[in-house]
Design a protein around this ligand. Sequence first.
Ligand SMILES: NC(=O)c1ccc[n+]([C@@H]2O[C@H](COP(=O)([O-])OP(=O)(O)OC[C@H]3O[C@@H](n4cnc5c(N)ncnc54)[C@H](OP(=O)(O)O)[C@@H]3O)[C@@H](O)[C@H]2O)c1
Length: 357
Amino acid sequence: MILEKFSNWIVSFQINFVERIRLGRSMLGFMAVPVEFFYAVLSKFNLASPPKVKFNRYVIEYRKTNPVEQQSEQPIAIVTGANSGIGYTTSKALMLAGFHVIFACRNKDLATEAMDKIKKETNLETCEYMHLDLSSFESIHQFTTEFKSKYASLKLLVNNAGVMMCPYLKTKDGIEMQFGTNHVGHFILTNNLLDVLKRSSPARIVNVSSLAHLFADTTIEKIIERTTNPKKYNKIWNYGNSKIANIMFSTLLAKKLSGTGVVVNSLHPGSVNTGLTRYSSFDNNFLVRFIKSILLLSPTAGSLTTIKVATSSDLENVTGKYFARENETTALSFSQNIPACQELWDFTESLIQEHSA
Ligand SMILES: NC(=O)c1ccc[n+]([C@@H]2O[C@H](COP(=O)([O-])OP(=O)(O)OC[C@H]3O[C@@H](n4cnc5c(N)ncnc54)[C@H](OP(=O)(O)O)[C@@H]3O)[C@@H](O)[C@H]2O)c1
């Protein structure tokens, strides 16, 4: 844990330093990214505790603290974007820990392929596909209606799915794609499921954000402008805005859920070698793929923070916090500003209303 804590300390120091002297935040992103690579490369030499060992440790710890024989029913988890990357390894860990995992995915074939692979590897059958396209209000409402008609309980919601740095696109309802999918889609999904989460308490919500929130606007006016004016679209900053929105949603939701037994936290999974960079023109280049395999974490390593925040008994009562490298850490102070979080919440609700048929 020394490397994890040290890397987090450096990034926290950079954030505090830049915020104090009001240096441009693009500088901050560029200062923090080398720490990501430094951590990913050095962590590959951590022979005492490689990702697979940590992965198994979290699974075993959960099984020990939640023995199957003491549970009246199998806990249910929903993982969005479970068919690939971080969502895939997270879902596998949750199944091994004893959850029945709903693969909330938009592509049935990819989800079935992923589930078959996990079933083969684990000898477990405890997963199921339910269609969810986060870029469609109708699909989200259909998903939550179907889920509630089948299940009365939900112990864990992992809002993991995401799209990164796509060209300017719109969701089915006409909202800018990155903000619409990563934030608005999960906002509706979560709010639709709050009643069942509260009934199932203790329960957890995990929002997968990103270090890319450092490349976000830090006024609500700017976030609104970049979301609603196609001329202001910038694929990096719009992605950053969707990811700071994930943290701000968690910050305020944690306050709203205080006393309900439902905790909500957000996290940066690390810089992970997944298909998220599919919109980059360099992604198919052999050399780039080779460099990525060295400089980035494996999906197993990149799922450890999600798995820990979702399952660790130490975090049972922890809420409204931001994690990276398996530890609580610092996010931009704007993401913790409650009035700003409330303004973002209000804007999100008005956007949904405006784009609802
Ligand atoms: N990889 C990194 O370095 C990194 C760093 C920081 C944060 N993150 C965050 O980690 C999360 C997981 O990303 P990943 O790296 O594992 O990438 P990934 O392998 O590309 O996974 C993204 C998942 O999201 C799904 N998805 C995208 N749009 C969707 C929609 N409209 N409805 C439902 N599902 C949708 C994708 O489905 P399809 O397969 O059908 O496209 C896929 O299953 C994202 O939220 C990302 O922002 C990743």
